[in-house]
Design a protein around this ligand. Structure first.
Ligand code: KIV
Length: 293
């Protein structure tokens, strides 16, 4: 639950919150054709704190299955996982709209199932919106949720929860029929009331067509710079993994930097160089305030 407050003087979990008014779902919807929307994934409070000032949307993606839990796909991700990480991200942010992925199996059966799962997500996390995968087949569900107070981001093109049907994570829309289907999917989820749509892993001209066809903002990943915004998995863009999809640009090489820091730590422990004089407590009789400075 997100209803407790941490003691900021003793906890590193909550350093100096900057009071800001959080962006709203209508504000995001109003960005169609305007300033590009900046979206990144976050799964933890600390990462949310770091990303929040730079982002319009923070997505608690079900990619946490692979990124955090080392699972092979997003299929095993549960509602409990999404709620726990979603609440952490809401606690760690003040500015961005937080949207949470509905995990596989929590919404596809019918609109009532989707409502029950989405309501639980919003109640337990304090997030403003959910995201769900699927095109025309999900339009009725999206309309049902939206009419009942649950803002929805659609997700079309490459939909990772459908990996077993698609047979892999390759780019979609390479033939005319599939390209037309993706554009129709986007139009259907936009018309159903989605306030934004993620289009993932499609040939660029499809991303452009989808952006033109949908009346809500279209956020691309492996799509086109002409979309209304962009999203990436944060750990991919930070260079935390050796292998990333072609569409990922690495803005850092965190894997190498973490590895170097861990190697330095290990060497200092083995040499008894850590902890040094600055990291150990003062001897009895020494002024404790002096010892802390
Ligand atoms: O799960 C996720 O992180 C996502 C993004 C890649 C859009 O759906």
């Amino acid at each position: 639950m997100s209803t407790y407050t941490l003691d900021t003087s003793t906890s590193r979990a909550n350093p100096t919150p900057a009071p800001m008014r959080r962006l709203t779902v209508p504000a995001i919807r109003g960005r169609k054709g305007g300033d590009p929307i900046v979206m990144l994934t976050a799964y933890t409070a600390r990462m949310a704190q770091l990303l929040d000032p730079h982002c319009d949307l923070l997505l608690v993606g079900d990619s946490l299955g692979q990124v955090i839990y080392g699972l092979p796909t997003t299929i095993p991700v549960s509602l409990e996982m999404m709620c726990a990480h979603g609440a952490a991200v809401v606690r760690g942010s003040w500015h961005a709209v937080v949207a949470i992925d509905m995990p596989f199996g929590s919404y596809e059966a019918n609109p009532a199932q989707a409502f029950e799962s989405a309501a639980r997500i919003l109640k337990e996390t304090g997030a403003a919106a959910v995201k769900l995968e699927g095109g025309e087949a999900m339009a009725e569900t999206i309309a049902f949720l939206t009419r009942r107070g649950i803002p929805v981001i659609g997700h079309v093109g490459l939909t990772p929860q459908a990996v077993n049907v698609l047979g892999g994570y390759g780019a979609r829309g390479r033939d005319k029929a599939e390209a037309a289907k993706i554009v129709a999917d986007a139009k259907a989820v936009a018309d159903a009331g989605s306030f934004a749509i993620v289009v993932e892993g499609v040939v660029e001209e499809i991303a452009i067509a989808v952006t033109r066809a949908a009346q809500c903002p279209v956020i691309g990943i492996g799509a086109s710079a002409q979309c209304d915004g962009q999203v990436l998995v944060t750990e991919d863009m930070l260079g935390l993994f050796e292998r990333t999809p072609r569409f990922v640009k690495r803005f850092d090489d965190l894997a190498a930097r973490i590895s170097a820091a861990a190697a330095d730590y290990a060497a200092e422990v083995r040499d008894r160089a850590f902890p040094g004089a600055e990291q150990v407590y003062a001897a009895l009789g020494q002024d404790p305030l002096d010892a802390r400075s």
